[in-house]
Structure formats: structure tokens, C-alpha cells
Design a protein around this ligand. Structure first.
Ligand code: OAD
Length: 243
């Protein structure tokens, strides 16, 4: 177990739905999770969008409106504190909510896209669209071209996650890799742990249940992220004066 993280340590964090669970956002694979009530192939693939855009749009509009009702929790805040302690830090999230940025995280990659944004498949424009008009059931039109129907800026199944090159470089170079609240089922995110481990990083897992790749962690802390992460971060960044 590490007891301290030094300012010069290069740290990469990977978060998943579990870190937002205590803010009231459903995870995907729990018994009451999103994928229990919605079939992935109906709402989260490019062919679903082609076949039944109305269903896909309503699914994501509901999730987009939910962002207005939730707030960051102590686990999101603890990662801001950790970032402020370090010279080199990257937070990679699979989450499409905006809770990390609202908490104050700066070096942040949303590898699966962002609910706050919409994208034009005609001209490529990506816009932040969270006004009252943007959150209704009607489609939102592109303001740059004639497309009447922007799509959610979400990486669907069969699509490539965003900024994989930046992520791969940071993970291969890091000293400490910390995965929080992710079940390790979805690739390429799930493969980052084995990359970090094989490149010599110290790997830490924090999760409610042991994820399927738990054996690759050098240390694993079982519990709710909002309850255990603040204490771990305080311990990692404590200076001798604090002790
Ligand atoms: P999952 O729903 O697969 O896993 C969430 C993990 O968080 C589980 O292992 C839970 O045990 C754990 N968990 C739940 N509550 C927690 C808490 N309070 N503290 C810590 N851990 C907790 O979600 P992801 O791993 O994020 O992709 O799923 C990965 C991807 O699959 C998502 O980004 C999404 C989904 O399909 C796309 O939509 C492309």
C-alpha cells in the first residue's frame, strides 16, 4: 500500500459510473441499472439512432435533464484536491455527466462524450446545449448548417472513444494509476489497467464490489467512493507538518 503521493508523481485516474452513484445517477450494470431497463441496441448504438432517433433522443434528453438535479459528491471533490497537489495529473472519465468539471477538475478527458453537448453529423459542430429550449422533447437544430437534428455527443457502442492517443500516452507514462467506480467490462477503458500495470505503474482500485479485473491492482479498497476516497486522498497528500 502506498501511504504518500509526491508532487512529482504522475497520476492517472480512471472513473466510471460508480463515482456518480452517490450523487443519484444510476450505474449501468447494477440490478436497478440503466442497462436493466433499456436495451443497449435500442438506445446506445449508431444503428439505433438511424432506426428510431425519437427513442434515442428521448432517452438522452431524460439523462440530460437529470444533470440539473444532481450535484458532485465528496469523491468528485477529493479528486480536485488530489489534482491541486500534483504537477502531472490526468482524470479520464467514462462518465458522460458533468460532475467532475462542476466539482472543479481541470485536466479531464470525457472518453465516452458528454451529455451537455450535442453534435452535428453534417458539419461536425459540437455545441454545449443545456438551455431550457435544448432540454425539451423536440430535436435541436444545428445553428451552423441546415441539419434539423443534432445527435447526443455520446460515444455509442461500436464507436471509437475520444482522445485515445492522449489517454494511452498518459497511462503508459504514469507512476500511479487509480480506477474508481468502474466494473471493467467495457473496452478500451477496461484495458487501461493492464497497460498501466505492465508499464510499471502502482495500480489502485476503489470500488463497491471487486471488479472483474481486480487481480491486476496492487491495492484494492472496497467501499463507496464518496465514503472512502476523501480519507485516502487526505492521507496520500498529507505533509509531515499535518501529521
Ligand atoms: P458499471 O455500471 O458497469 O459499473 C459501475 C461500478 O461501480 C460497479 O462495479 C459498482 O460495483 C461500482 N459502484 C457502484 N456504486 C459505487 C460507489 N458508491 N462507489 C464506488 N463504486 C461503486 O459502469 P461503468 O464501469 O462506468 O459506456 O461502465 C462502463 C461503460 O459501460 C459506461 O461508460 C457506458 C456503459 O455502457 C457507454 O455508454 C459507451
Amino acid at each position: 500500500m502506498i501511504s504518500k503521493i509526491k508532487r512529482i508523481d504522475r497520476v492517472v485516474i480512471l472513473t466510471g459510473a460508480g463515482i456518480s452513484a452517490e450523487s443519484g445517477i444510476q450505474t449501468f450494470r447494477a440490478s436497478d441499472g440503466l442497462w436493466e431497463n433499456h436495451r443497449i441496441e435500442d438506445v446506445a448504438t449508431p444503428s439505433a439512432w438511424e432506426r428510431d432517433p425519437r427513442l434515442v433522443w428521448e432517452f438522452y434528453q431524460g439523462r440530460r435533464r437529470q444533470l440539473l438535479e444532481v450535484d458532485p459528491n465528496p469523491a468528485h471533490d477529493a479528486l480536485v484536491e488530489l489534482e491541486q497537489h500534483l504537477d502531472e495529473f490526468l482524470l479520464v472519465t467514462q462518465n458522460v455527466d458533468d460532475l467532475h468539471s462542476r466539482a472543479g477538475s481541470r485536466e479531464l478527458i470525457h472518453m465516452h462524450g458528454e451529455l451537455r453537448k450535442l453534435r452535428c453529423e453534417e458539419c461536425g459542430d459540437v455545441i454545449v446545449a443545456m438551455g431550457e429550449e435544448d432540454l425539451k422533447e423536440e430535436y435541436v437544430a444545428c445553428t451552423n448548417c441546415r441539419n434539423e437534428r443534432l445527435r447526443p455527443h455520446i460515444v455509442w457502442f461500436h464507436e471509437m472513444p475520444l482522445r485515445m492517443r492522449d489517454i494511452d500516452i498518459a497511462v503508459a507514462d504514469c507512476d500511479i494509476f487509480i480506477a474508481i467506480g468502474t466494473s471493467g467490462h467495457v473496452y478500451p477503458a477496461a484495458g487501461l489497467l493492464s497497460v498501466a500495470s505492465s508499464c510499471g505503474a502502482h495500480c489502485i482500485g476503489i470500488n463497491l464490489d471487486p471488479p472483474q479485473n481486480v487481480g491486476l491492482f496492487d491495492e484494492f479498497h472496497q467501499g463507496k467512493a464518496g465514503e472512502i476516497l476523501p480519507g485516502l486522498v487526505s492521507q496520500w497528500i498529507a505533509t509531515e507538518d499535518d501529521e
